[in-house]
Write a protein of this length. Structure first.
Length: 480
């Protein structure tokens, strides 16, 4: 059955409006096949225990999303869903008992849907086999594979759940990186690493061929390569045209932030600005250049938005650089600007570029001028701004939170000092198991919740170096 919804729409004009639909991908068998010798090549810092990641962690993410976005799929059914004899069938995209929501949308189901079309299946098999260097007989075998099974093969890299025929794509759980909804447009990105090439290919085929997105086909934008890019010498990251969704934030209907980072190049940001301005998608784009370090990776590992006037961020990277007194000897020998600080430039069509001294200054400007907040802008700092917890907890995604609605966010339970900082700023904090019980027993209504940090189990998920902001591709949010 092909997923369809006549009322479906793409419309994202903020980071915090009530979330109505999103694209996700649950951890698949490929994640359980990542080996230590290839982990870093496949962009993982460590190997994970797949069953624990699914049952004890990611399944809770699905449950929370469904209670907020599609409660009819889960309300009153929690006991049945969790029953041991049902073997997690509710969470398996290839199972008849799968939740199959058109609001919490699983990438694998969309892929299986488009593979039902023989012409699309033939093209996509040929494209995947080309980039994965498969032989001709294997290509024929894949073409004849059932669409539901073929979708699993493309994602996990394994045939018949056993034989690995090409590398898995474990980073597909970080769905934000491969595409961003900006107002009524979809920007398909250009990931920096070869390990994500197949993800990019699959998502292009999905957006251009699935009936769910048919009304938006002319609004799908692809980042082009620079002219004669194939003549560039070497493989230096700075020379490539790359852009990942973790470096793109829709902070208002007219204002977009793009990060230049380890994964998004200046060339990628430049091409995105030209493309978005030419299509009149937004009026203002701010470039935030952060140090090219694995510690940060994307701007959404450094800051995310909680409310109109509240942001969570790593303070050491977000504040203005302290002035060095020229009477100090060091002032004459040190670089005038630290390489570990940020550069921020704002572009607006027809206007002179504007700079900001710090991320805090930029975020304050967004809260006041773009979002018209009348309250003082507040910052909740990673690790409660206490060394070494600020850096430790940023590494485990204390700044990478997903707002389900304004003031209600999902974050990892392991970041104790950051949790303290939320409490100090007047937020309720609740563990997801307790929250689900309250939802099921009608003790709490998801729609009336305010100013709450929902703590999600994270022992395995945090090994993958991405939080819930990374693990979401919002497609529709209410306007603020």
């Amino acid at each position: 059955m092909i997923l369809n919804n006549n009322n479906f729409k793409i419309d994202v004009g903020s980071e915090i409006g009530d979330l109505r639909s999103l694209l996700i991908h649950s951890p698949d068998n490929g994640l359980g096949r990542v080996v230590p010798s290839k982990a870093q090549d496949w962009l993982f810092e460590d190997i994970v225990h797949l069953d624990s990641m699914r049952k004890n962690e990611y399944d809770y993410y699905i449950k929370v999303l469904l209670y907020f976005l599609d409660p009819a799929k889960i309300k009153g059914k929690l006991k049945e869903i969790d029953a041991k004899e049902n073997d997690r069938n509710f969470f398996k995209p290839d199972n008849a008992a799968f939740y199959a929501s058109d609001k919490v949308i699983e990438i694998q189901t969309l892929l299986a849907d488009i593979l039902e079309d023989e012409a699309i299946r033939n093209k996509l098999v040929a494209a995947v086999c080309a980039i994965e260097s498969c032989n001709y007989r294997l290509q024929q075998k894949l073409t004849d594979t059932n669409p539901v099974e073929l979708a699993k093969v493309f994602i996990s890299g394994s045939l018949d759940n056993n034989e690995m025929i090409f590398a898995p794509i474990p980073n597909l759980i970080f769905s934000r990186d491969i595409g961003i909804a900006i107002n009524n447009y979809m920007l398909l990105n250009k990931p920096a690493k070869k390990a994500r090439a197949r993800e990019t290919l699959l998502i292009r085929y999905i957006f251009f061929n699935h009936p769910l997105f048919a009304a938006y086909r002319s609004n799908i934008l692809e980042i082009p390569e620079t002219v004669q890019h194939f003549l560039r010498p070497g493989e230096a990251q700075d020379e490539k045209t790359t852009l990942e969704g973790g470096d793109v934030m829709v902070v208002s209907k007219e204002h977009l932030i793009i990060g230049c980072s380890e994964r998004t190049s200046a060339s990628g940001a430049n091409e995105a600005i030209k493309l978005l301005f030419e299509n009149k998608v937004v009026k203002k784009i701010t470039i935030v250049k952060i140090p090219h370090k694995r510690d940060y990776m994307h701007i959404d590992t450094v800051f995310t938005q909680i409310k109109r006037n509240v942001w969570v961020l790593l303070r050491s990277l977000a504040i203005a650089e302290a002035h060095v007194d020229e009477n100090e000897p060091i002032a004459w020998f040190a670089d005038k600007k630290s390489k570990d600080k940020t550069d921020i430039v704002q572009f607006e069509s027809g206007k002179k570029p504007k700079t900001f001294k710090s991320i805090e200054d930029l975020l304050n400007d967004i809260s006041k001028n773009d979002l018209k907040s009348t309250e003082k802008t507040r910052f909740i700092y990673s690790g409660n701004d206490t060394f070494p917890y600020d850096a430790r907890e940023q590494w485990t995604d204390s700044c990478n939170l997903l707002a389900i609605k304004e003031g209600v966010v999902l974050g990892y339970d392991r970041n104790d000092k950051t949790i303290e900082a939320f409490k100090n700023n007047g937020f309720q904090v609740i563990k997801v198991k307790e929250l689900l019980k309250k939802f099921e027993n009608n003790e709490l209504d998801p729609q009336t919740m305010k100013d709450t940090l929902i703590l999600m189990p994270s022992a395995e998920l945090s090994r993958a170096r991405g939080g819930f902001h990374c693990m979401s591709m919002p497609l529709h949010r209410d306007n603020l």
